[in-house]
Design a protein. Sequence first.
Length: 385
Amino acid sequence: MSLISDVDDARKGKIITIPFYHDKLKKYIFLTKGVYHLVGGASGSGKSAWIDYNYVLYPTYWYKNVETDIKLKIILRSMERSKKLRIAKWVCMKLYRKHGILIDTNSLLGWGVEETKITDEIFELVKQCYALVEEELDGVVEVVDGIENPTGIYYQLVDEALSKGTLYKYRKHGEDYVLTKQRGTHKSQPVRVQPEECPECTKFQPIYIPDNPKEVTIFIIDHLQAMKSEKGYSDKQNLDQMSEYTRILRDLYGFTPVIVNQLNRNISDTFRKVKTDLLPQDSDFTGSSNMVNDCDMAGILFNPYKYGLNKLPGSNWNVKECIDNYGINRFRSFHLLKNTYGPDSQHFGYQFIGENGIFKELPNTISDYRPIAYPKHEQKITNYV
C-alpha cells in the first residue's frame, strides 16, 4: 500500500521532492528519494560549481527556509579538491551575493600575487561570510575530501543507512534461509528474527526500512575519474563497480545519487567537427555505458565557445557576445539527455560567473549582452583586472 500512501500524501501537499533553483530547469527535473542524477562536463566547464550550486547550496537554502516534512542530509565526496578550497569558493559566492564583491579563490587566498588586496574591512566581511556558510551548512552538509575506491565509498554510505534504519535480509543458515535484521554498520552482526517481522522481505529481495521515511539523503561523487581503483581493476571495471553500487544505494537504501563524470576527449575530434555537430551526446560520458543506462537523469554542462560554436542549434544565444575584454567566457549550456520521469533532449542557457560559481538562467532572447559579459558588482578583486 506504500504507493497509495504516497499518492495520498501528494494529494495533501506532502510531497518529498526538492526543486531546482532555475525556473526553466525545475519544470523538467527535481531531487527526491531514489532518483539517480548523472552529470557530465569537460575540464573547465564548471561542473563542480554546477554541482555545488544545484545539489548542495540551493537544496540546503531551500530546506532551511521552507516548511517541510523532509529531513535533508547531503554527503559530498570531493575527490578533486579539498574541503577548504570548496568552502573558499562558497565564501566568494556569499561575498558577491551579500556585498557585491566579485572575487575568486586565487585572490581570496593571495595566490599568484605579491601583495593581497584583502583590506582589513574586506577581511571582516570574509570572516562574516565564512561564518554564514558554516551556519547554513551545519547539520545538513557533510564534505568528505580525499580519494577512495568504489567499495570504500559504498561502505561509508551503507554505514550511513544502517545508522538510521534497519536492513532485513535472508541469509543462508545450514540448509535453510533465515531472516535477519542489521543496524549500526556493515560490520554489525545480523540478528535472526521471525519472518513476521518483515513479511515483505524474500530470499531474492532484501528490505531496508528507514527510521524516518521522509529523510532524503543526497550523496555526491565529484568526480568518478578521481576515484582510487579497486585492486586489479581496469578503469572501466572500476566505473562499472561504482555504477553497480550506486544502483544498490538507490534501489535498496533509497539514497539520491549524484554522480559527476568527466567527458570523453573525442568531443573535440576533427572527424566529429566535420561529420556531426558538437552538441553533447550520451556517448560523451567517459568509460562506462552502464552509468547512462542505470541513471534516471543524465545531463551535460557544456562550454560551446571552447569548441568553436558561436550559436547553439535551435537557440538565439550569441555565445561570442558573452565574452568580456579579458577573454573570460560567461556562457554555459546544460543539456538534458535522459530524463526517466519527464521530457529529455532539452537545453538551457546560463550566465556563468566563474569567480564564485554562480549560474544565472538566461532568457531565450537577449537584446543586451553586456550585463552577461560583465556581471554587476560593487567591487572587483581578481588577478584578471
